[in-house]
Design a protein around this ligand. Structure first.
Ligand code: UD1
Ligand code: CA
Length: 450
């Protein structure tokens, strides 16, 4: 026995083309809540405490390989050159199967919503007396699925839809596709699967009949339909997204987050939100967002790669882009876009601004319509605003530029030079007033109008 003899092995099948996605991208890289389907499966496997992972991918799927390296660098990647069926795919991991794993679980890269606990339960079933444990569910429409043929508590066979008799087609208990095999028997069972069927494929589910013919016992566990949803096209992708979002909403609410209209809030798989945060309707979180306690996110805000410290208020209609850090108690109002900027504590940007590549000090007040001009078409430049500074409305800050602590900027200024601490920076034409001009203008023009 080798060193890995006592560990469990996960084999993830991801060699499919996914033709029905009608996409240039391999199917398993399509995302759910901001994470690829394959990323979801890898996370579930890791959370089921399985460290030995083999992923079977298709030829020319370099992007799939790099996604695997990103999420599970320890996983072994094997290319299945010809797609001869699910059992053939599993046998590509022969070398790992030969290392006497305790139990083996097979998962599909396009079935992303499986819970770690379900994987553990399947493994548990084959850790002692059973040779195979399949995962079943009751499909609303069983067309296309393999059927689990039971005799009492024992699973006797799995019949693919295309090979099933009329009587077998009446069975509603369907094969989800995920399966555990005892490590002791896995190789032997897999090697005995033939391809004598309608599709001339080596079917993994046939492991059940092979096991039964050898007097070994097989069982089926029942899963919730939603958990085993397989994604073959974009309609099913949207269904999986909906299931995942409703799980995330529930998780956040259970953690102490108030969602005023949960069904209108969309999270990323990695969104972190502390307790006592309130989220109004229609808010979207993209990846890499952290929100600390007591913050309020008002309606229609879009938040991507941003950190909000305690008691921050944003929105309605705020857009936070990657690299935004909002300090404690800061306030970002309506129609404000912020990118790659540090907004320190108690600072306010209340209306209609674009702030990019900026550092804004404690207590600074940025007036309505202030814009950082951070980009010249080639390079990005920073704007630095000191603490307690007050920038008047409709100011253009042409970066690189620094506004000192406690400085004031007159409204409507276009600031191109640094303004020292406590100074007033004014950069606009002096106003001209011509008394009586309106009257004479009208006199000159009267008569030209019908
Ligand atoms: C499979 C099951 C069926 C079950 C259904 C659930 C088989 C033979 N049938 O059918 O009982 O009801 O899933 O959705 O297993 N794959 C490879 N290499 C291959 C073949 C498949 O990697 O050579 C991968 C696919 O990319 C996919 C998974 O295995 O992720 C399942 O294959 P697919 O062809 O979709 O099987 P189904 O016909 O859906
Ligand atoms: Ca499928």
């Amino acid at each position: 026995m080798t060193q890995s003899s006592f560990s469990n092995l996960a084999i993830i099948l991801a060699a499919g083309e996914g033709t029905r996605m009608k996409s240039a991208k391999p199917k398993v890289l399509h995302e759910i809540a901001g994470l690829s389907m394959l990323g979801h499966v890898l996370a579930a496997v890791k959370n089921a405490d399985i460290s030995h992972i083999v992923v079977i991918i298709g030829p020319n799927h370099e992007e799939v390989a790099s996604e695997i390296n990103r999420h599970a660098p320890q996983a072994e990647i094997i290319v299945q050159r010809e797609r001869l069926g699910t059992a053939h795919a599993v046998l590509q991991a022969r070398a790992a199967l030969e290392q006497n794993p305790k139990s083996v679980v097979v998962l599909f890269g396009d079935t992303p919503l499986v819970h770690p606990q379900t994987i553990k339960n399947l493994l548990e079933c084959v850790s002692n007396q059973n040779a195979v444990a399949a995962l079943g569910f009751f499909a609303d429409n069983p067309t296309g699925y393999g059927r689990l043929l039971m005799s009492g508590n024992k699973l006797e066979a799995i019949r693919e839809h295309k090979d099933a008799s009329d009587k077998e087609l009446e069975v509603k208990f369907c094969n989800a596709g995920l399966m555990a095999l005892s490590g002791k028997h896995a190789l032997e069972l897999l090697s005995n699967i033939g391809n004598n069927n309608t599709q001339k494929e080596y079917y993994l589910p046939d492991a059940v009949e092979v096991a039964c013919s050898k007097g070994l016992s097989c069982v089926a566990l029942k899963a919730d339909n939603k958990e085993v949803l397989g994604v073959n096209d974009r309609v099913q992708l949207a269904q999986a997204e909906a299931v995942c979002q409703s799980r995330l909403r529930e998780q956040h609410m259970r953690n102490g987050v108030t969602l005023e209209a949960p069904e209108t809030v969309f999270f990323s798989y990695d969104t972190y939100i502390a307790r006592d945060v309130t989220i109004e309707p229609h808010v979207v979180f993209k990846s890499g967002v952290r929100v600390e306690a007591g913050s309020v996110i008002k309606a229609f805000s879009h938040i991507d790669g941003a950190t909000l410290e305690k008691s921050v208020t944003i929105g309605p209609f705020a857009r936070l882009r990657p690299g935004t850090k909002l300090g404690e108690n800061s306030k970002i109002g309506n129609f404000v876009e912020i990118k790659a900027s540090n907004i320190c504590k108690n600072a306010k940007i209340s209306h209609l601004s674009y702030i990019g590549d900026a550092d804004i000090g404690d207590n600074a007040n940025i007036g309505a319509g202030t814009i950082t001009c951070n980009y010249d078409g080639f390079n990005k430049f920073r704007t630095v605003i000191g603490e307690d500074a007050f920038v008047g409305s409709n100011t253009a800050l042409v970066a690189p530029v620094e506004i000192g602590a406690g400085a004031y900027i007159g409204s409507g200024s276009t600031i191109t030079e640094n303004v020292p601490d406590d100074a007033l920076g004014l950069a606009r034409a002096r106003q001209v007033v011509k008394l009586g001009w309106g009257d004479s203008f009208r006199n000159i023009n009267s008569g030209t109008k019908d």
